[in-house]
Design a protein around this ligand. Structure first.
Ligand code: ADP
Ligand code: MG
Length: 325
């Protein structure tokens, strides 16, 4: 059984609470409140040896990255972050100073978005460090963006470079985090270690009246596009030559850049789809804020699937990405 099949097998068949708008199946859950905003909540876990190694991320960066990946899931719903809770399982191999640094990383990122740490849990564990973060955000009532809203005829877009994090990881695995890097390489390394979630971009989507399907790039463009394709019941075509790459990747072969973008993940930019006229409008709004917005493909009717158009040929992509089982 893979991770996705397992999650499907534990999905409740019906909701008990009438306030629930979206439970399992998107980047975060959404439910109504009596106020002006809907609440958005999600949780994510980082495990030493699986999501990071001590020679690729400093304790401070583990904190930044852990919280950033959670904030990115809120951004993928169009939500604004507000609160977070932290559960940490600590093995003997970690000292108090390092733990404080993890918290400092979370705290500095949280301050950028005016988020409050409101609770958590501290336990010991025999083996690897486990950091579990829950984030809570909000979005104007009914304005949350979902994976299930893509339609045939839409254009597909990205809000930033893809593949940078995987390229940075490769450099880190070769040279370690104390190694020396050129300025271009350092940009890739930083993209891996201290990603910036697209919160401002999320606000633009939430404030946009038109229909927008949205997901964030945690597992790579192929896997995230599949999630939109499956949730919306559509087929997605991505143009290989349209994928935006950081100039620091220029020296690598096109195939290598493509592999990193499609299957690397952890870029935490947003992938979405909207009608062509709305994409034009969104592009202008992004440009007015000096934010990137790249058209990378389109949506067609058909069996849920993701296709890559490359050198005049159309190839069906694997729903590959990092699978934990
Ligand atoms: P993402 O990659 O956006 O973080 P995941 O692929 O981890 O999302 O999860 C997909 C969906 O399944 C989400 O709605 C998530 O909340 C839910 N989910 C994942 N694991 C579990 C679990 N063990 N129990 C309940 N729900 C889960
Ligand atoms: Mg996500």
């Amino acid at each position: 059984m893979d991770e996705f099949a397992f999650i499907n097998s534990i999905m409740p068949s019906q909701a008990q609470q009438p306030s629930l708008i979206k439970g399992i199946g998107d980047d975060a859950a959404v439910y109504k409140t009596s106020g002006q905003a809907d609440q958005v909540v999600c949780v994510d876990t980082l495990v030493e040896g699986v999501h990071f190694r001590r020679d690729t991320l400093s304790p401070y960066q583990i904190g930044v990255k852990g919280l950033a990946s959670n904030i990115s899931d809120l951004a993928a719903m169009g939500a604004t972050p507000a609160f977070y809770l932290v559960s940490i399982a600590v093995p003997e191999s970690w000292n108090e100073k390092e733990l404080r640094e993890i918290y400092q990383g979370m705290e500095e990122l949280a301050a950028e978005y005016r988020m409050d740490l409101i609770g958590g849990d501290t336990v010991s564990t025999p083996a690897a460090l486990v950091l579990t973060i829950t984030v809570i955000g909000q979005v104007e009532r009914t304005k949350a963006k979902y994976r299930h809203d893509a339609r045939a005829g839409d254009l597909v877009f990205l809000t930033g470079y893809v593949g940078s994090s995987a390229a940075g990881l490769e450099l880190l695995l070769k040279r370690g985090r104390t190694g020396s890097f050129s300025e271009k390489e350092l940009a890739l390394v930083k993209a891996h270690q201290e990603p910036s979630p697209h919160v401002e971009q999320a606000g633009l989507f939430a404030g946009f009246a038109g229909r927008v399907a949205l997901n964030d790039i945690s597992d790579g463009v192929a896997s995230e596009a599949y999630e939109i394709a499956e949730a919306s019941g559509v087929s997605i075509v991505i143009g290989a030559d349209s994928l935006p790459f950081h100039p620091g990747m220029d020296e690598h072969s096109f195939q290598q850049r493509l592999d990193w973008a499609l299957y690397g993940g952890e870029d935490y930019v947003l992938l979405g789809a909207a009608a062509p006229a709305d994409v034009k409008e969104l592009k202008e709004r992004f440009s007015a804020r000096q934010l990137s917005f790249f058209e990378v493909g389109h949506i067609e009717e058909g069996e849920p699937g993701v296709f890559l158009r490359h050198n005049g040929q159309l190839k069906k992509l694997e729903k590959q990405g990092y699978n934990h089982f």
